[in-house]
Write a protein that binds this ligand. Structure first.
Ligand code: AHR
Length: 511
């Protein structure tokens, strides 16, 4: 049995929970849109082609904001192809994913879906093959009330009211050589600056995200952010981060500690952003948008025997990177959400990539069912319960050795306090593969009351750490009651089983 002593204090807060931390991502890639959220003719589809079974799961998952339409896809996309009468829309080649894009689904369809799902839209513009003009025209089409060519075109296409999209990404991963329209930092920095200016001339209320590094291992990481912001600091509100993680060669110990890498990535970008702020004598802060993150098993993606490979035939909605997630992945995802929450003073937006089928918490089959993957649960609970203020957590945990990160804490945690509902929520992970963890949480400035929720996701009976939900066994991995949670003299006690993610919510009063 390992031990962890956690202390939280009412007065030691990180800030308000940025609700946009619980974002997701819908890309025109593989089966995320087509046969994911949209499948006309499916028994569960409504008259617009929206899959109601998937929509119900999305509502239960609770994303607050959804990035769209890409991803690598957006760097070759003409937004005009996706508006107007469906029968007039062109079939196109999508070079990013070697796919035929029918354009049966576009901006209007996404706006309708987003309203039904009750999510904010985060719209990306194409700064790969296109530039300032297409970007500002899209803002005009989407947000201008009427009386101009493009806003009237939107009205003619059935939307009298503007879409009022506030959040915009200035392209996608343009630091990456794989990206259509890949640029140097200086080229992109200038383009982002000018696109931002022109988009704001159309709608001064929008918020803009500049492209940061595609991952922390990029050779340009650090210098990219520095150069881009040296050009565009005044014009943008956020800089993006992307990161995907996987278990290497059965090294579960390191994989379970990958949030250490996420912490370092975030803190590195904060340092660079603040260095540019200081050198440029800027007064505002540029915040962070971690707008793609997840577990993604990328190893072997380019071999012929990979079912999720990009096949070199032109097809509509091919089956791409449909990773199946297990118990270990869910625990790791819980620690990523902890990392994001602990940095909620600077990370204001985060999008798990993606929402359905493509490396996603929700899976669906064409003409078939939809179900929750293991990673669904930490996200759903944290989105529902992380409210109010983020509390600093002082953690004194037993540690374990990892190949990649040296010694790491066995227990990982984040905490929030919602004064309005009078509840504290604790999100905990036990990274120990063999040992249970005895956890105590001392509450300072808060008097503990009733425990209102205690749930755990762990290895199910008869399973192992690789057990996953599948079409045939859709509920193999899920939440179960965490027994034995209680408070004594203002201290909460809980025992986490080996390899577990848990949520504990309790009533508190000031004092
Ligand atoms: O989410 C899958 C892909 O990963 C996105 O299209 C791209 O931005 C990233 O490299």
């Amino acid at each position: 049995m390992s031990r962890a002593r956690i202390t939280i204090d009412r007065d030691f807060t990180i800030g308000e929970v940025p609700r946009r931390l619980f974002g997701s991502f819908v890309e025109h890639m593989g089966r995320c849109v087509y046969t994911g959220i949209f499948e006309p003719g499916h028994p569960e589809a409504d008259e617009h082609g929206t899959r109601r079974d998937v929509l119900e799961l999305v509502r239960e998952l609770g994303p607050t904001v959804v990035r769209y339409p890409g991803g690598n896809f957006v760097s070759g996309y003409n937004w005009e192809d996706g508006v107007g009468p469906v029968e007039d829309r062109p079939r196109r080649i999508d070079g990013a994913w070697h796919t035929i894009e029918t354009n049966a689904f576009g901006l209007h369809e996404f706006v309708r879906w987003a309203r039904e799902a009750d999510v904010e839209i985060m719209e990306a513009v194409n700064l790969g093959t296109r530039g300032v003009d297409a970007a500002r025209e899209l803002v005009e089409y989407a947000n201008h009330p009427g009386g101009t060519r493009l806003s009237d075109l939107r009205r003619q296409h059935g939307s009298a009211e503007p879409f009022d999209i506030k959040l915009w990404c200035l392209g996608n991963e343009l630091d990456g050589p794989w990206q259509i329209g890949h640029k140097t930092a200086a080229e992109y920095g200038r383009l982002a600056q000018e696109a931002a200016k022109a988009m704001r001339y159309v709608d001064p209320t929008i918020e803009l995200v500049a492209v940061g590094s595609s991952n922390r291992q990029m050779p340009t990481f650090g210098s990219w952010e520095h150069t881009v912001l040296t050009h565009a600091y005044d014009e943008v509100d956020y800089i993006s981060l992307h990161a995907y993680y996987q278990e290497d060669d059965g090294d579960a110990a390191s994989f379970l500690a990958e949030a250490v890498d996420m912490d370092a990535f975030i803190e590195g970008v904060v340092s660079t952003v603040d260095a540019v702020k200081a050198a440029g004598k800027h007064t505002k802060d540029v915040q962070l948008s971690f707008d793609e993150w997840n577990v993604w098993y990328q190893r072997g993606l380019d071999t012929e025997d990979q079912p999720h490979n990009v096949q070199k035939t032109w097809r509509e909605h091919p089956r791409l990177i449909e990773d199946t997630y297990n118990v270990t992945d869910a625990v790791v995802v819980g620690t990523f959400l902890n990392s994001l929450l602990r940095h909620g003073d600077r990370v204001r937006i985060a999008n798990q990539a993606q929402l359905v089928n493509i490396i996603a918490p929700i899976r669906s089959e064409e003409g078939g069912p939809a179900w929750r993957q293991s990673i669904f649960w930490p996200f759903a609970r944290m989105s529902a319960l992380a409210k109010g203020r983020i509390l600093r957590t002082a953690v004194d945990s037993d540690r374990y050795p990892t190949r990649k990160f040296g010694d790491a804490d066995l227990v990982d945690v984040s905490a929030t306090w919602d004064e309005e509902s009078g509840r504290v929520a604790l999100f905990l992970a036990n990274r120990g593969l063999e040992e249970s963890a005895e956890v105590t949480v001392e509450l300072r400035g808060l008097t503990a009351g009733r425990v209102t929720r205690a749930e755990v996701l762990t290895v199910p009976e008869g399973g192992d750490r690789r057990t996953a939900n599948t079409e045939q066994a859709q509920d193999a991995v899920g939440l179960a009651p965490l027994e034995g949670v209680g408070t004594q003299d203002g201290v909460l006690h809980a025992t986490l089983p080996p390899l577990a993610w848990a949520v504990i919510e309790l009533e508190v009063s000031r004092g």
